[in-house]
Design a protein around this ligand. Structure first.
Ligand SMILES: Cc1cc2nc3c(=O)[nH]c(=O)nc-3n(C[C@H](O)[C@H](O)[C@H](O)COP(=O)(O)OP(=O)(O)OC[C@H]3O[C@@H](n4cnc5c(N)ncnc54)[C@H](O)[C@@H]3O)c2cc1C
Length: 416
């Protein structure tokens, strides 16, 4: 029978960070990831100041700095006819508060996950098993005592564990099987993702939403191309596809005139991936033997681009609170509930702001009503010092977690 101390289901930001941290505490931990690699687009690329600080504390700062990346230094919103932009947030101002990396690093998520997996290879108590999909929980009475899994070649198996942590995202199979009660919030938007070429001279230091009649887009600069998140009304994927490629190209060109010269690069609607946006939260995050964190506990909207960082912070809190009980072999229900107690406030604040943005900005914009929020622009133009507020909310947030002592390491220089 296969056994480990902690079984982490899902190798996303929450799962990979949790695996690494627990292994550094000497806990036997196995991460099961259903995909064969981390190469998945469309999951967000934003690495925030708190996560950058955490990577420094883990000794991974130099390796992260060596990854190809762009830096976002401002939050801007469109003004007037939507072709000009006003700055409402300035991350550089966070330096005055002692924030070491006062910017958002844009790094493809697979590079961040590869970096964590790579760091994990140095830890003898961490096993990462790719191509291994968890299909259900193992029970002893009501207690979860591990998982059933299936590998890519169809082999089925069981892995027993003292604790199972569901980090398998917003469609978590373990959460669904747990019967934990959930609150689901109405979301007015869905997202479609696609890429367009980025010319060498095109730099961007701002996360700039584009708002047009009934449409909304965020352009993410990546090395060599732009990743575009196109937002539309929920439930309209079939309608959008029925209108066809030419209509979609024209919509995008109207919304982002800068891209009118390259819409031919989008050759088929198959390159436009639909993502069903969810916003929900478990009312309890644990049952006996099972804890849910990250999107498995609270699915995040892409608004504000903070879900990855919240998931990472959940993992840090989980490792900080549970490493010692796991090492002792006695994790109580109260230990597990402590993770939710610690992470509930940041989750409530971020989801509350996302719901406000859905109602006040996204829904009216998609209904073709109202324009961008100009009050905040007027205020931050008149009093530029206020630009630190949106920067703090997005970049640092409530209750940032710091690396636990057992996981800290000296910086590892990059060889070569
Ligand atoms: C359209 C969209 C855009 C977003 N953009 C951003 C952004 O720009 N910035 C940001 O910070 N956040 C963004 N978010 C939110 C962010 O993607 C999530 O909050 C974050 O990825 C959650 O991390 P996680 O580790 O909890 O889960 P996930 O990132 O969902 O990772 C779950 C992992 O579990 C694996 N898995 C799933 N099921 C199983 C199974 N049965 N067995 C084994 N493995 C399994 C998956 O393959 C995956 O690797 C966006 C969300 C959406 C919907």
């Amino acid at each position: 029978m296969e056994r480990t101390t902690c079984c982490v289901v899902g190798g996303g930001p929450a799962g990979m960070m949790l695996g690494l941290l627990l292994a550094r505490a000497g806990v036997e931990v196995t991460v099961l990831e259903k995909h064969g690699d981390f190469l998945r687009d469309f999951r967000g690329d934003t690495v925030h100041p708190t996560t950058l600080q955490l990577l420094d504390d883990l000794g991974l700062g130099p390796r992260f700095a060596a990854l190809p990346q762009s830096r976002i230094t401002q939050v801007q919103i469109p003004v007037g006819d939507g072709r000009n932009y006003g700055t409402v947030g300035e991350f550089s101002r966070l330096a005055r508060l002692g924030v070491r990396h006062p910017y958002i690093a844009m790094v493809p998520q697979w590079d961040l996950l590869d970096l964590l997996a790579d760091a994990g290879r140095a830890e003898p108590t961490l096993t990462v098993r790719m191509d291994t999909e968890v299909t259900g929980a193992l029970h002893d009475g009501l207690r979860v005592v591990g998982v059933r899994y299936r590998t890519a070649d169809g082999t089925e198996g069981e892995l027993r564990a003292d604790l199972t942590v569901a980090c398998d995202g917003r469609h978590s199979v373990l959460r669904a099987a747990s019967g934990l009660p959930m609150t689901e919030y109405e979301v007015p938007i869905d997202t479609w993702w696609f890429r367009l070429p980025r010319h060498a001279h095109e730099t961007s230091e701002a996360l700039t939403p584009r708002i047009g009649k009934g449409r909304f887009a965020v352009v993410i600069p990546r090395e060599g191309y732009f990743q575009i998140a196109y937002l539309g009304r929920k439930g309209t994927d079939a309608e959008l596809r029925a209108r066809g490629l030419d209509a979609f190209r024209a919509d995008v060109a109207e919304l982002i005139p800068q891209f009118a010269d390259r819409m031919d690069a989008l050759e088929s609607m198959d390159e436009v991936k639909h993502l069903d946006v969810r916003l929900n939260r478990l009312r309890r995050w644990n049952i006996d033997g099972l804890l849910c964190i990250g999107d498995a506990a609270h699915a995040m909207s892409p608004i504000g681009g903070v879900g990855i960082n919240l998931a990472v912070q959940d993992a840090v809190a989980t490792a900080t609170l549970l490493a010692a009980p796991l090492a002792r072999g006695s994790v109580s229900a109260d230990d597990l509930a402590g993770v939710r107690r610690r992470r509930l406030l940041p989750t409530l604040v971020v989801q509350g702001l996302q719901r406000l943005m859905h109602r006040a900005v996204a829904a009216p914009a998609l209904a073709g009503e109202g324009g961008p929020p100009t009050t905040i622009l007027r205020l931050t133009t008149r009093f530029p010092a206020l630009r630190i507020v949106p920067a703090y909310i997005v970049g640092v947030g409530v209750r940032p977690e710091r690396a636990p002592g057992f996981a800290r390491r000296e910086p590892v220089p990059v060889s070569g």
